[in-house]
Design a protein around this ligand. Structure first.
Ligand SMILES: [Mn+2]
Length: 390
């Protein structure tokens, strides 16, 4: 039996606030659906971040409905989990996947289905604070999976081995008896072996952030097709997507460089990220020529100025994230308290005040209830925030 594994489609995302970029994300998804139908897959497993936001706009909801209808007409089931972008971290929140009757939405309350002899399990994104709950759920799935011939597990998590800066779990936390670990969250193509099986991240289907450009130049964007009869790395098929908008990184030092670049641009209307390396007084002239010569040939041009003096300065700056700073300044505190602070920072930076309050409330309820420390509390307490997944 063939199935498709895709992830991080981020539908509804509107990069640079452009209609075209919103459409590009739908187009990549539609192309994937076309290919999934053509290849004769029996089901799709989407590993989270189907939508870019937990409250997607109606257009994104409709485009997904159309895709689901096409799959359903072809007799293809759609299984999915919620990624961190698909859900509000709030008591009683309902992820948008719940809107579609035909969608098999895997949740902590109903984390698996069986199709033929394939056990298809999945859990939504869990933040580091809820790691214990995730581990408990995973060990339940590990036991349940034993009864089935072929076992597939979908998760939307950063794993330390592949995601050094921001991860929630270690590889060793995963159950070892699955044949295919369908991961999402990391926007990068990765295929590895783990336990008895294969672990894979297909990455995002479009360029969601500019730091994905290098990875896109190397591997393109796409998804995997897996044959349940033979799950080994060599037989997992990578299906590239052709309709991905080209991105190009370009360096320009002189006005003459611009027409050389113009000649290399075809009809594809790429997004250009141009770094202009010139003395400050020449920048405006070069910038004007870039707009005049390349403006019609590109969808969007992002121009950055690098003057020789400034360059040295940026090289000296130590690159550190706010999250690292929070952790460093809280070295005296427990790792759980550090995680709370980081999580609060992330939510408040997005204006998610209610969700932040919720997390803070849960943290203190769990920490001090009955005079026990959090580690003495049963892990099931952490499920409070996952009530929406019924
Ligand atoms: Mn994502």
């Amino acid at each position: 039996m063939l199935f498709a594994h895709l992830a991080d489609t981020h539908l509804g995302y509107r990069q640079y606030n452009l209609d075209e970029r919103e459409e590009d994300f739908y187009a990549a998804f539609d192309e994937a659906v076309d290919k999934i139908i053509r290849e004769g897959c029996e089901f799709v497993l989407h590993s989270g971040d189907l939508f870019d936001e937990p409250r997607p706009h109606v257009k994104a909801l409709v485009r997904v409905r159309e895709a689901i209808e096409r799959l359903t007409d072809a007799g293809i089931k759609f299984y999915c989990i919620a990624g961190n972008h698909d859900m509000l971290m709030r008591r009683g929140a309902v992820p948008p996947q719940k809107l579609y009757r035909e969608v098999e939405f895997l949740t902590p309350v109903k984390p698996f289905r069986v199709q033929g002899d394939v056990f298809i399990a999945g859990l939504p994104y869990f933040s580091k604070i809820h790691r214990k709950v995730l581990l408990e759920k995973l060990s339940q799935l590990e036991r349940k999976a034993e009864d089935f011939e072929t076992r597939v597990l979908a998760l939307h998590q950063g794993i330390k081995k592949y995601f050094d800066l921001e991860y929630e779990v270690d590889l060793a936390d995963l159950p070892k008896n699955f044949h295919y670990y369908a991961l999402g969250h990391l926007h990068k193509k990765i295929i590895d072996t783990f336990g008895e099986g294969v672990l894979a991240y297909p990455g995002s289907t479009e360029i969601w952030r500019s730091d994905e450009i290098r990875e896109y130049e190397r591997n393109g964007k796409g998804f995997y097709i897996v044959d349940t009869e033979e799950i080994v790395s060599e037989s997992i098929r990578w299906v590239p997507l052709e309709r991905v908008r080209p991105f190009r990184r370009i360096e320009i030092e002189r006005v003459e460089d611009i027409s050389a670049v113009a000649k290399t641009l075809g009809d594809g209307k790429p997004v250009l990220r141009i770094e202009v390396r010139c003395p400050s007084h020449e920048f405006q002239r070069i910038y004007n020529r870039i707009i005049a010569e390349l403006g019609d040939k590109a969808l969007y041009i992002d121009v950055k100025k690098r003057s020789p003096g400034e360059e040295v300065k940026t090289r000296e700056v130590r690159r550190i994230s706010v999250e690292q700073l929070i952790r460093e300044s809280m070295r005296e505190h427990s790792s759980r308290e550090q995680e709370l602070a980081v999580e609060l920072f992330r939510l408040l930076a997005k204006g998610e005040v209610e969700a932040a309050l919720q997390i803070a409330r849960e943290f203190f309820e769990h920490s001090y209830e009955g005079g026990h420390l959090a580690s003495d509390q049963p892990a099931s307490k952490g499920q409070l925030s996952l009530e929406g997944f019924k």
